[in-house]
Design a binder for this molecule. Structure first.
Ligand code: VAH
Length: 319
């Protein structure tokens, strides 16, 4: 049985559906601290789980006979700069609770990391798995802590800890919350709604990105990989890199030549400035088969195709 924390978030929503299709609804326990919409309640168990409460987590693991945990609860980069105390408690204290539950109950633990774990002194092109890691955001600092503590528990207590450093993830099914890469989702909603977008990053802020389908396939691959094929515990994953201006060009090509974008960079540009432009992910490819298929144009097409019907509907959803 699998427990997913943060199951109502951008990644959790899709991951729960994928896990349920594969393992059966009852075998995937979705959890969050928010109240699920009715459709998010169907398909299998949903429980309240505050990652800051060790006992409550332990109770879920015992009651449901959990074997694997996919830990998606986190305060993302922009949200962490707005509220550092919250970032520290969820990303550091919450992770420690999850790790202790994994240790005490023999769980496999997949807890994603991020390109945000790199910092201003990290080489920006083809950033390797092993390199300088001195991030200057609460998010990055807490994710480096997560990687190191996970590795420590793996060495010392034999916890089956696995992690992958995601690029920005783009999806149409569930909104991202509080990230620096969120513009790459917002831009499609704005294009379809108003045919114009004000971007909080600069036109040339080139960042690694991946489409949700590739992200979930890869996460499942790492989750299910036999332990002995993994030569490391934390893997870079990269699919494509683009800037806001390049994505705006794709939208003009695929949606409307009149699409207008203006740039009003805010504090999130300073975060983006510290992240890689591209990441090297050879180990993920050779160890467990990471093989993303969506490039920049494919992502643009997929997002427009998925969101067009939403905005064509009389009560099109608003951003
Ligand atoms: C953020 N999307 O922007 C997240 C992320 C790769 C970056 O982890 O904070």
């Amino acid at each position: 049985r699998v427990l997913v924390t943060g199951s109502l978030g951008q990644l959790g929503t899709t991951m729960v559906n994928t896990l349920r299709t594969k393992f059966g609804g009852e075998n995937v326990v979705a959890s969050d601290i928010k109240k699920p919409a009715p459709e998010q309640r169907s398909g299998g168990p949903f429980v309240y789980a505050d990652v800051l409460n060790y006992r409550a987590l332990e109770q879920i693991v015992v009651d449901y006979g959990i074997d694997w945990v996919v830990h998606f609860s986190a305060v993302l980069s922009a949200a962490g700069e707005r509220n550092p105390a919250l970032g520290l408690s969820v990303n550091i204290d919450g992770f420690r609770n999850i790790l202790d539950v994994a240790k005490n109950h023999g769980l496999r633990l997949l807890s994603p990391s991020t390109m945000g774990a790199f910092g201003p002194s990290t080489p920006k092109d083809d950033t390797p798995d092993l390199t300088v890691m001195r991030p200057n955001t609460i998010y990055g600092i807490s994710k480096v802590h997560m990687e190191l503590l996970g590795e420590y528990y793996a060495e010392k207590y034999g916890v089956d800890f696995r992690s992958l450093r995601y690029p920005g993830i783009i999806s149409a099914d569930s909104p991202p919350g509080g990230g620096t890469t969120d513009y790459a989702v917002d831009i499609f909603h704005a294009a379809l709604k108003n045919n114009r977008y004000t971007c909080f990053l600069k036109h040339d802020a080139l960042l690694p990105m991946a489409f949700i389908d590739d992200c979930i396939v890869g996460t499942m691959q790492l989750l299910e990989a036999p332990r002995d094929v993994l030569t490391q515990r934390v893997y870079n994953v990269h699919a494509c890199s683009f800037s806001p201006a390049q994505m705006a060009d794709e939208i003009r090509r695929l949606h409307s030549p009149e699409f207008a974008i203006e740039y009003c960079p805010d504090f999130r540009q300073a975060i983006a400035d510290t992240w890689p432009r591209t990441m090297a992910d050879h180990a993920a490819r050779s160890d467990w088969g990471w093989n993303p298929v969506f490039g920049t144009a494919d992502i643009a097409r997929a997002m427009l195709d998925k969101l067009r019907p939403v905005y064509a509907a009389p009560n099109g959803r608003t951003l």
